[in-house]
Write a protein that binds this ligand. Sequence first.
Ligand code: A3P
Length: 298
Amino acid sequence: KLAGLKTVKVRDVDMYEAPGTSIYVSKDHIYRLEETNNFEIRSDDIWVITYPKCGTTWTQEIVWLVCNNADTETANAVELDTRFPFFEYPFINRRPTIRKMPSPRLIKTHLALPVLPYQIVEKKPKIIYTMRNPKDTCVSMYHFIKMLTPFNYKGNFEEFAKEFFMGVTVGHGSFWDHHRDYWRLKDEMNILILKYEDLITDLAKEVKKIAAFLDKELTEEQVQTIVEHCTFKTMKNNSASNQSHMQNIGFTRAGMGDFMRKGKIGDWKNYFTPELNNMVDQLNKKYLEPEGLTFDYE
Ligand code: A3P
């Protein structure tokens, strides 16, 4: 299946360009995407889709609470990954578990639009897509990739950022294509687009937006409960939602920082050189601004 695809070497690993998608994938990843294609979708599924490091975990926790009457007791007791499984989970195939889950299923994925299961188009499950500005996403990803055992990344931020913005560093392809493709669906009834920066600015407003999209009625008190449960500090201290399980399965390394790292807008200013900043501004102008997609950076 890989024959004929354009290949690029990334740190001695052969990456393949999936035709027409600008998605670069490793051998392993193509295999998993193939397996994904015919996965059975239910129309009452709720999918949280993101490019990695754009606020996936945060969105999942909010969506779970919105769907479960702000039940913080269970949210503190049961790991988020069990309540809200990751479709293309590293190491373990989660499809068998997800197939058996009762409806409505809550599913997380980072898959780019062209490689979602085919049935998404006809079954139209609800999709919540959270975006984040490219500069903070890159910084967050740099720290995360250094934690990841399979990557064993030793490069500095400057080197990482160049690869990241070319779309070859992570298995989920280019930041630009991922964001642009979902953004183009913004007027579809079954998709809600959120921005990390808006969650930071007014979480209560975004919780209400999510509830309205999912046809859930929440009292003002429930909204406040969700807001308090989903602050950075509370989630960082909650072992059921701070992704600490990743270390237990060997996906992340101890002593390389926390998954819940800073949770802020604007950390990029501590890392970006003027040249890099200029490069990203140009890429933004090329890929996202013509689509009407802009972000807050402060
Ligand atoms: P930083 O590395 O910038 O701190 P994902 O879940 O998609 O991997 O995203 C992880 C990023 O979201 C991390 O960003 C993490 O700190 C941030 N995050 C997670 N929960 C958050 C919360 N409750 N409030 C603010 N940021 C949060």
